[in-house]
Design a protein around this ligand. Structure first.
Ligand SMILES: O=C(CO)COP(=O)(O)O
Length: 134
């Protein structure tokens, strides 16, 4: 499965810890991330992460483009709900595309935990069925 990892600055440490906690699951999948988040995850976990631009420079839009091409299976996006972001429209657009294409999206650790455990259990198998139909 292709998994996108994104975190705003005040949530990056949480995301890194989350990835470390579930590293045995994440290492079986293909990881993508916005620039700075990807670097932090790579450095802390040693996992291979395909990095896009930093969020404010278009990284959210690059991940959105993959979603629009049905080329992303799961998005974990630890948003900071208490800090204004200069690229708020890009963030809204990314979340909107997840809804347009029914891509599982976690915007906080509580939901991310359920999604990652579901991923391990095979709950996202339907994504492979859809990909094979194309
Ligand atoms: O701003 C972001 C998502 O909206 C994240 O970007 P970085 O991972 O480059 O900090």
């Amino acid at each position: 499965m292709k998994i996108a990892l994104i975190a705003h600055d005040k949530k990056k440490t949480d995301l890194v810890q989350f990835v470390l906690a579930y590293k045995p699951i994440f290492e079986d999948h293909e990881l993508f991330a916005t620039g700075t988040t990807g670097l932090r995850v790579q450095e802390a976990s040693g996992l291979n992460v395909h990095r896009f631009q930093s969020g404010p420079l278009g990284g959210d839009q690059e991940i959105g483009a993959l979603i629009a091409k049905n080329d992303m299976d799961l998005v974990i996006f630890f948003r900071d709900p208490l800090t204004a972001q200069p690229h708020e429209p890009d963030i809204t657009a990314l979340i909107r595309l997840c809804d347009v294409y029914s891509i599982p999206l976690a915007t906080n650790m509580g939901t991310a935990e359920i999604l990652v455990r579901g991923l391990e259990r095979g709950d996202l198998h339907w994504r492979e069925v859809i990909e094979n139909e194309e």
